[in-house]
Design a protein around this ligand. Structure first.
Ligand code: NDP
Length: 400
């Protein structure tokens, strides 16, 4: 029997939904690169239901209890005496979502004497101290591809929203106004602009594909170059580094994981290399951008806009400067947790758990750390080290 601690975000303020806006989800056959969707033996939830909040329990309770396991679900993850810290001591498995990350710091991992497996219900395991996980011999797995397209759609939405000045224009309507000039004074067409992505992995490539029909010039940088036929098909210009790419771009979108190589990549120096009036979209991880450098660049008009859904830490303190800086289009961390994405990552978590309990290998593409080293997708996309430093600040949201 295993104890599983699952950290999920709170239910909606008005309570767990009784009905939904739509009756079903489109059925996807496979991911764009041919990877199969999650293949658990069964699921105990209705796709399209809210699974990522506490009452949704990722649809896991029936399955886990039928196997004789103990499931504890909580949203209480930060600060002194959080439920996570009270429960983690004898847990074999911790499940967490990047949207409401249970930061598995070295201190927490040391306290979790029985911990063997950390599952990310989503993509991006930077909330786990991967260095400590390797040293302890933990397995870290995530549901690769489950929400990559969800995020790519969000990136396109945010590029268009910023460039066309959608959010302030919508506000004019809400305010009962008709101030055309106020809306138009910061509104441009995307057509003809140069758009560059930092990383062309699953999300970055999907963004490039989705932006192509807007008749823009496409740029990218990545540690590994895309196949020549893909570069040709999309008309891509490759740059050896982000620093070399950004001076050429009107719009930069960040789509790499957070790891020691990318932490604070977008600092004052990098932003100064961008064109004046460029837009920066970051749906990858908040810490890839330097918080204060971004706010300064918006105030000085070096950046015309910044948007994304990722912050550091999460939840962001109420006085986080990104809440109030000018010309931003921030949302809470939501792009990868649409109801469509939740159905995929809940099924993926179930698949990983079934493999774990059956003693079958977890798919290589789901692995980040295994056998004391980076493995699978982790070995390709991450570098060793820890990116959780400073996460204790997340407790401020609870206290404020
Ligand atoms: P992939 O693993 O498919 O792609 C990541 C890409 O980043 C890889 O191509 C990798 O290169 C590249 N990369 C890594 N380090 C660098 C670097 N220093 N410079 C340039 N490129 C680099 O992952 P996804 O595209 O699916 O997801 C990317 C990230 O997006 C996740 O790690 C997560 O942080 C974030 N995300 C956010 C979500 C949200 O809800 N906002 C949801 C899902 C993901 P290579 O492998 O070639 O070495």
């Amino acid at each position: 029997m295993a104890k599983i601690v699952c950290v999920l975000y709170d239910d909606p303020i008005d309570g767990y939904p009784k009905t939904y806006a739509r009756d079903d989800l489109p059925k996807l056959e496979k991911y764009p690169d041919g990877q199969t969707l999650p293949t658990p033996k069964a699921i105990d939830f209705t796709p399209g239901a809210l699974l990522g909040s506490v009452s949704g329990e990722l649809g896991l309770r029936k399955f886990l209890e039928a196997g004789g396991h103990k499931l504890v679900v909580t949203s209480d993850k930060d600060g002194a005496n959080a439920a996570l810290d009270r429960e983690i001591g004898d847990a074999e498995i911790v499940i967490s979502q990047p949207f409401w990350p249970a930061y598995l710091t070295a201190e927490r991992i040391a306290k979790a004497k029985s911990l063997k497996l950390a599952i990310t219900a989503g993509i991006g395991s930077d909330h786990v101290d991967l260095q400590a996980a390797m040293e302890r011999g933990l397995t870290v797995a995530e549901v690769t591809f489950c929400n990559s397209i969800s995020v790519a759609e969000h990136v396109v939405m945010m590029i268009l929203s910023l460039v066309r000045n959608y959010i302030p224009s919508h506000q004019v309507v809400l305010d009962g106004g008709w101030n055309i000039a106020d809306c138009a004074a910061r509104s441009y067409d995307v057509e003809g602009m140069s758009v560059g992505t930092v990383a062309a992995g699953r999300i970055g490539l999907a963004v490039l594909r989705r932006m192509k029909p807007f008749d823009v010039k496409l740029h990218y940088t990545d540690r590994h170059r895309l196949p020549a036929d893909v570069e040709k098909e999309l008309g891509l210009t490759f740059h050896a580094s982000a620093a070399e790419m950004v001076p050429h771009c009107d719009v930069v979108t960040i789509n790499c994981p957070l790891h020691p190589e990318t932490e604070h990549l977008f600092d004052d120096k990098m932003i100064a290399r961008m064109k004046r009036g460029a837009y920066l979209i970051n749906t990858a991880r908040g810490k890839i951008a330097d918080r204060d450098a971004v706010a300064r660049a918006l105030k000085s008009a070096q950046l015309a806009g910044y948007a994304g859904d990722v912050w550091f830490p999460q939840p962001a303190p109420r006085d986080h400067s990104w809440r109030t800086m000018p010309h931003h289009g921030m949302t809470p961390h939501i792009s990868g947790t649409s109801l469509s994405a939740q159905a995929r990552y809940a099924a993926g978590v179930r698949e990983i758990l079934e493999c774990w309990f059956d003693g079958r290998p977890i798919r290589d593409e789901y692995l980040i750390v295994s056998g004391g080293k980076l493995a699978g997708t982790g070995a390709h996309s991450y570098s060793a080290g820890n990116a959780t430093g400073g996460s204790e600040e997340a407790a401020r949201f609870k206290r404020e």
